[in-house]
Design a protein around this ligand. Structure first.
Ligand SMILES: O=C(O)[C@H]1O[C@H](OP(=O)(O)OP(=O)(O)OC[C@H]2O[C@@H](n3ccc(=O)[nH]c3=O)[C@H](O)[C@@H]2O)[C@H](O)[C@@H](O)[C@@H]1O
Length: 459
């Protein structure tokens, strides 16, 4: 019985037998005609030959999934794994000497020796530079992955290098590397900022969020709990954990059990994991819920950044709208305010009580909102950029896609104010002015009068 005639299982979709079979001319081996072989054996061999041919002809690397054009290069988890495999070698006396020198405390008393993960990232670079400026010892760690243009990360690394901060190229999931760093340096603190960021990208590369934000956090906490002395941990959670929470402004006592994106869920998971490592090992852990951080040296995957690029190029910007054309707003928070919040959290962190993986007593476990407490509609963001760039934006109003985005965020910072002395001072217009100044200089773009057609002079 021809395999094609087999009746399909009742109820399943039954493929109509095609009236004619149009096969490309198959160059069948001659033996096909000369030996009596059953059709099943023949088709099995044919399928095997076809599979082998396709396998041998397929490109070696997995075709990168489609990455939004705001990203410079693919960031599939295989991309991240590939980057991890290409990590620069670490270890050896010269390397250890650089690590020790970078992490050495230069202000006493009260100086800290800090491991900053994600140090070549946007917030990481600013925090590492600020700690170094005030005399703390700082060692950076970053995997320089391809989530966005690694050359921007290399430029941040060069800036830190000039400030005396060594950024080790490595992945937070590399337990051996983390153990080595804690062997070489008795860190007093870890500021854990390495993460797969970006709410919408979680639809494109979900594995990278688990790899970096869950497995990566556990790897860092495992190294910290085993260290002797144990450092205190300050780490980046996210305003996105408030998800579908409708009480505004968002307070740390509000529900965070309805995340709207995988990104938010991995950050929420991180907050629960922090509770475990505090409870079992006595690690002092402070989580900071950042609210849409922006500023010079920012992330090209964020709206304020790629809106600037597209406005200068005369390309349309898609402005999301909620139901019934409701505005979408964010509590945009300038990087300098976030840095102040991070350093205040570090200074108020309280000590871990354990050592070598043994808890000696209770340790602080806290969460703080770091926002600006004044949400601004995205439409306003665009109009400020138009004025600063002296170019009219080409605006497209689109319904906010169901991609994990939320309609608004608004931070209640009462706890951070009271316990950390956190007070944001930079409004969106001032902050964007500083960002635009950096952007034009970094991409060497000049806004000349006769160039009002929105084309930037850069390529
Ligand atoms: O607050 C946070 O914790 C989060 O802030 C940002 O996430 P998001 O606020 O979505 O920032 P953008 O992606 O820059 O979007 C800013 C606003 O522009 C809107 N948007 C974004 C993209 C676009 O094409 N059009 C548009 O209107 C978004 O809906 C949002 O309201 C960061 O990307 C996250 O990593 C961070 O965790």
């Amino acid at each position: 019985m021809d395999v094609d005639d087999a009746p399909s299982t009742p109820g399943k979709w039954k493929m109509e037998k095609p009236h004619h079979r149009h096969h490309p001319r198959l160059l069948l081996p001659r033996w096909h005609h000369s030996y009596p072989v059953s059709k099943l054996v023949f088709w099995s061999f044919f399928a095997l030959a076809l599979f082998l041919a396709l396998f041998l002809l397929s490109p070696r690397s997995s075709a990168p999934t489609r990455i939004p054009d705001s990203f410079a290069s693919s960031s599939t988890s295989s991309g991240v794994r590939r980057a991890a495999l290409q990590m620069a070698p670490w270890g050896g006396p010269a390397w250890e000497k650089r690590v020790r020198s970078s992490a050495r405390v230069r202000r006493n008393p009260g100086g800290a020796s800090v491991l900053v993960t994600g140090a070549a990232g946007f917030v990481g670079m600013h925090v590492a530079a600020a700690l170094k400026r005030r005399g703390d010892g700082v060692l950076g760690l970053d995997n320089f992955n391809g989530y966005y243009d690694p050359s921007l990360k290399r430029a941040r690394q060069a800036l830190l290098d000039r400030a005396g901060v060594f950024v080790v190229e490595g992945d937070i999931n590399d337990g051996a590397l983390l153990r080595k760093l804690f062997d070489v340096v008795p860190f007093t603190h870890v500021v854990h900022l390495a993460a797969q960021a970006g709410v919408r990208h979680a639809l494109v590369d979900p594995a990278s969020y688990v790899h970096s934000n869950v497995a990566g956090l556990v790897s860092v906490l495992e190294a910290a709990k085993a260290a002797d002395p144990q450092p205190a941990i300050v780490w980046a959670s996210s305003s996105s954990v408030y998800g579908l929470n409708s009480r505004v402004p968002f307070s740390e006592v509000d529900r965070t059990d309805r995340p709207a994106s995988l990104y938010a869920a991995t950050k929420k998971a991180g907050e629960e994991i922090a509770h475990v490592y505090n409870h079992i090992y006595g690690l002092s852990i402070t989580g900071l819920r950042f609210f849409t951080v922006y500023g010079p040296w920012g992330r090209p995957d964020m709206a304020y950044f790629f809106f600037t690029r597209d406005i200068l190029r005369g390309k349309p910007v898609s402005i999301f709208e909620g139901p019934d054309h409701a505005t979408v707003a964010r509590d945009f928070t300038y990087i300098d305010d976030i840095v102040k919040g991070c350093l205040a959290a570090l200074d108020h962190a309280g000590k871990s009580t354990g050592s070598g993986g043994k808890k000696r007593g209770p340790a602080p476990l806290r969460i703080y909102n770091l926002g600006n407490t004044s949400p601004v509609p995205v439409t306003k963001l665009v109009s400020i950029l138009e004025r600063l760039l002296k170019v009219k934006a080409v605006k497209k109003f689109v319904k906010m896609p169901r991609n994990g985005d939320v309609q608004f965020t608004h931070a209640n910072i009462t706890f951070a104010q009271k316990e950390l002395g956190y007070r944001p001072t930079t409004g969106l217009h001032t902050g964007l002015k500083k960002f635009v100044r950096w952007y034009l200089e970094y991409y060497s773009i000049s806004l000349s009068k006769n160039d009002s057609k929105g084309r930037s002079t850069s390529s």
